[in-house]
Design a protein around this ligand. Structure first.
Ligand SMILES: O=C(CO)COP(=O)(O)O
Length: 214
């Protein structure tokens, strides 16, 4: 199971979370990645943790003020990127173009989606993985794997029906090892989570608990 920690724009110390995640990954052999704000990618990558961008722009080099170019992200040390997070939705054509840009920079890709129908559409664009995250459960206390197990199962089936080489992750409300185990039992290959780590008093304890069942 892949544990991808999205720090969003939370008021936390990304380097400290990254150092902790790197230590827990080293100690346990679990695959843990951290996705900070774009401006902190380099600092996070320097900790040695697997580093992901939260978003990349669907643009080539050129006159694109304010964009997040994949080459810059890769140059800062990121190895992957989220796309189409429910808090940063993209047009279909822009997801496609961002995937091309990510491929050109050799970034791994996870396209987020709200529901199994969107998961099928996202899978057709051939990212490395898709992630189902019901917006209503994001930032909540109950994990998607227990609050809405059907959506995870249906997302796994929807992706497999289109391309069984695309992995399926789930996210929203995941904060414990039990949540990760439940997601795995529903067929997920990984989890996305944010507030459970970014807002934790003791991120190390949360990360160790998350990977405990793996
Ligand atoms: O949006 C998410 C991860 O990308 C999930 O957020 P929470 O873990 O805070 O529910």
């Amino acid at each position: 199971m892949f544990i991808l920690v999205n720090l969003k724009a939370y008021d936390c110390n990304p380097v400290s979370v990254a150092e902790t995640a790197a230590r827990v990954a080293d100690d346990t052999g679990a695959r843990i990645a951290v996705a900070p704000q774009a401006a902190r990618l380099g600092a996070v990558a320097e900790t040695g943790v697997e580093t992901w961008a939260q978003h990349v722009s669907p643009v080539d080099h050129g006159s694109h003020t304010g964009s997040t170019h994949t080459a810059a992200v890769e140059g800062a040390g990121a190895v992957g990127t989220l796309l189409n997070h429910s808090e940063n939705r993209l047009k279909l054509a822009d997801i496609d173009a961002s995937l091309d840009a990510a491929d050109a920079a050799s970034l791994e890709t996870v396209v987020c989606a709200n529901n199994p129908d969107q998961i099928a559409a996202a899978t057709a664009l051939a990212p490395d993985a898709v992630a189902v995250e019901p917006p209503a459960l994001i930032g909540g206390d109950e994990s998607v794997a227990t609050a809405d197990p059907e959506i995870v199962r249906d997302a796994v089936d929807a992706a497999a029906a289109v391309d069984d080489g695309v992995e399926v992750f789930c996210g929203a409300g995941i904060a414990t090892g039990e949540d990760v185990a439940a997601a795995r039992d529903l067929g997920a290959d990984g989890v996305l989570l944010a507030s459970g780590v970014a807002l934790a008093d003791d991120p190390e304890a949360v990360l160790r608990d998350l990977v405990d069942p793996l």
